[in-house]
Design a protein around this ligand. Structure first.
Ligand code: ZN
Length: 212
């Protein structure tokens, strides 16, 4: 989106529009080609920080506790996500281990930490150092978090194993389920809203005191 003072130029067809104030959840589209011009994130702006904090807590649980516990002929074994990655490296499947590490651990954690770093000062109306760069990094990380793919793989494995052994879902599995749901809503946060937050004074959004 090309931004000039007071106007927006459509990415699709170069039509020029004057800025309009949008009501919450309203989306402005180009009349000529339908490309999205602007969007009012509305309530999402207030919810994004609590959602990010909740995601970070679930992320910690998902990685510190065992995903599954397997009991076969009296022998018990359990594994965490990191344990599984280490096991894959031992089996000579390092590229696979690396991919699992990146898509289920590294990228989602980076996304959450960047969000947290950006949002905490933004709620006070301050722009943290590296703001523009980090918003861009956040956008490029978006397609690379694949916790839901990982979760699907784990569920398939549990169903297959349950025929041969007793499989008990560990606390991390439930945390992963919750994290998948939360992350869907966290990563769908419109990056343009960061700029909106950075350039609007939060005090002006507070309801004014009624004069009596
Ligand atoms: Zn257009």
């Amino acid at each position: 989106m090309t931004e000039l003072p007071g106007v927006t130029v459509c990415d699709g067809c170069d039509a020029v529009y004057r800025h309009a104030t949008l009501r919450p959840r309203e989306v402005a589209r180009c009349q000529r080609c339908g490309t999205e011009l602007a969007r009012n994130a509305g309530e999402q702006k207030r919810r994004i920080l609590p959602l990010t904090v909740a995601s970070l807590i679930l992320f910690a649980i998902a990685n510190l506790f065992p995903i599954v516990e397997i009991e076969l002929q009296g022998r018990r074994s359990q594994t965490t996500l990191f344990g599984a990655v280490v096991a894959l490296t031992g089996e000579g499947m390092s590229p696979v281990a690396l991919l699992v590490l990146a898509t289920t651990l590294l990228f989602p954690l980076m996304q959450l930490l960047i969000l947290f770093y950006l949002l905490v000062p933004l709620t006070r109306g301050a722009r943290p150092p590296g703001f523009a760069l980090l918003v861009r990094v956040l956008q490029s990380l978006r397609p690379w978090g694949m916790i839901e793919v990982f979760l699907l793989g784990v569920l398939v494995a549990i169903v297959k194993l349950s025929g041969m052994a007793t499989v008990v879902a560990g606390p991390a599995l439930w945390a992963f389920v919750g994290l998948t749901v939360l992350l869907t809503s966290v990563v769908s946060f419109d990056p343009r809203a960061f700029w909106e937050m950075a350039f609007t004074n939060p005090a002006s959004e507070l309801p004014s005191e009624p004069v009596s």
